[in-house]
Write a protein that binds this ligand. Structure first.
Ligand SMILES: [Zn+2]
Length: 154
């Protein structure tokens, strides 16, 4: 994602809006699969020997839910995206590392398909609580056994 400094108007900002192949994100290591290009809409300007860019990044990513292990897709939106970078004398500035870093930071460490309340994770009710040490833990089953016994006696 390169910005040519010549294109930025003096004292103004350059609006850049496009989509890029998501392969540069290198998300494979974090088990997130981009299923759309990286859309960006940025306003880029110059100030005090540096370049700044503000705007929005957006892409669709496929995750695997940590609870039910089902895959699900979600839109990852970074808004506002803001970056400031010093100029190093080159004619263009590459914002790729900054975009990649911000997207990586926005990824959930433990993705869940029910994040945001869009749906109910199927694992939510089938998971036994790990700290259940109460002696009545088997109560529903013993009640069921009793019912069976009573039925067979009739
Ligand atoms: Zn789930």
């Amino acid at each position: 994602m390169k910005i040519h400094l010549r294109q930025i108007p003096q004292g103004g900002t350059l609006h850049v809006e496009d989509a890029e192949d998501p392969r540069f994100l290198e998300l494979e290591e974090v088990e997130a699969r981009p299923v759309s290009p990286v859309h960006y809409a940025l306003d880029v300007g110059l100030s005090g020997g540096g370049i700044f860019a503000t705007g929005q990044l957006r892409l669709r990513v496929r995750f695997r839910c940590v609870a039910c292990l089902n895959e699900f897709e979600t839109d990852l939106i970074i808004d506002p995206f803001a970056v400031q970078k010093e100029l190093d004398g080159r004619e263009s500035v590459d914002l790729t590392p900054e975009i990649r870093e911000d997207i990586h930071l926005a990824l959930p460490a433990h993705p869940r398909c029910d994040a945001g309340g869009r749906k109910t994770c199927p694992a939510r009710f089938s998971q036994a609580p790990a700290d259940d040490t109460s002696p009545s833990g088997n109560a529903p089953w013993s009640a069921l056994d009793k019912l069976k016994t009573e039925k067979s006696e009739n």
